[in-house]
Design a protein around this ligand. Structure first.
Ligand SMILES: [Fe+2]
Ligand SMILES: [Fe+2]
Length: 272
């Protein structure tokens, strides 16, 4: 099985790149399943229902969120109706929506996707490690599901790598989101779990993590806000990670970075 994970979609530029390129990428490489983090798709803050549907129409089987999950207030209600949208599993008890979902992909594969929030340099959250572990125990890889994909949304690469080692042999992929900067540490751990500290964003890289440089630079230089952050509107790079799994075990056989279009465009195809 082959699946694709794309990092945080930022603003219109990110949404347009997903809509324009993803359908071709799915058919070109034969991806059986696609997960997209949509936490910044609506003007950099949260995800409206219309933009969620746009990501689904482009080919996302599951959309994940993060600390910006409910920046668009409508997400508090429509998330309850959707069975392909998840928010961090370790939000406080009673938060709307769910943090893990098992769905069937376009070619019949059963896939469990889990979204969790880290605790290093982040707002307080419940223990992500035990929360993810409990979700995985309900749908063991290679027995109940063909793939387990964990989107661990946090700032510190060390925390994501810790999640990778914690779940080694129990997940197909553990990948970080939130920093918007893709890392080049993609590899397969000894137990067969693919790990990458950050998928990077689907956004315009002629920017500071997806927003026009002027205001964040001003804040670093002066400490005084002088306006809002504006999502950059140049051509986006689609950033993420592609994984091929062993059909018997669901563990990773190949893991490859994805950087398509815009400033970070990679020269090579994803699967040679
Ligand atoms: Fe983000
Ligand atoms: Fe985030």
């Amino acid at each position: 099985m082959k699946f694709l994970f794309l990092g945080d979609v930022v603003g219109k530029s990110g949404r347009d790149a997903v809509a324009e390129r993803l359908p071709n990428i799915i058919s070109k490489y034969g991806f059986d399943f696609v997960v997209i983090n949509g936490e910044n798709a609506s003007h950099g803050r949260g995800l409206t229902e219309a933009h969620f549907k746009g990501l689904r129409d482009a080919g996302a089987d599951i959309v994940t969120l993060g600390d910006h999950a409910f920046d668009q207030r409508e997400a508090l209600s429509y998330i309850e109706r959707e069975n392909t949208l998840i928010r961090p599993i370790n939000f406080a008890p009673g938060a709307p929506g769910r943090g893990a979902m098992m769905v069937e992909g376009r070619n019949g594969h059963r896939v469990l996707v889990v979204n969790a929030l880290g605790r290093v340099f982040m707002q307080p959250a419940d223990d992500p490690f035990r929360a993810v572990e409990a979700a995985l125990a309900e749908a063991p890889l290679g027995e109940v599901v063909d793939a387990v994909i964990v989107d661990f949304h946090t700032e510190a690469t060390s925390e994501i790598q810790a999640m990778g080692f914690f779940l080694d042999g129990r997940a197909s992929l553990v990948v970080g989101t939130h920093t918007h900067i893709p890392t080049s540490d993609h590899r397969i751990l000894k137990g067969g779990t693919a790990l990458m500290a950050d998928a990077g964003m689907c956004g315009d890289f002629d920017s500071i993590i997806g927003v026009d440089a002027e205001e964040p630079l001003n804040r670093f230089l002066t400490g005084i806000p002088n306006g809002r952050f504006t999502p950059s509107d140049g051509e986006a790079t689609l950033c993420g990670v592609a994984v091929q799994t062993d059909p018997r075990t669901g563990l990773a056989q190949k893991v490859l970075p994805v950087r398509i279009g815009g400033t970070l465009n990679q020269a090579e195809p994803i699967f040679g």
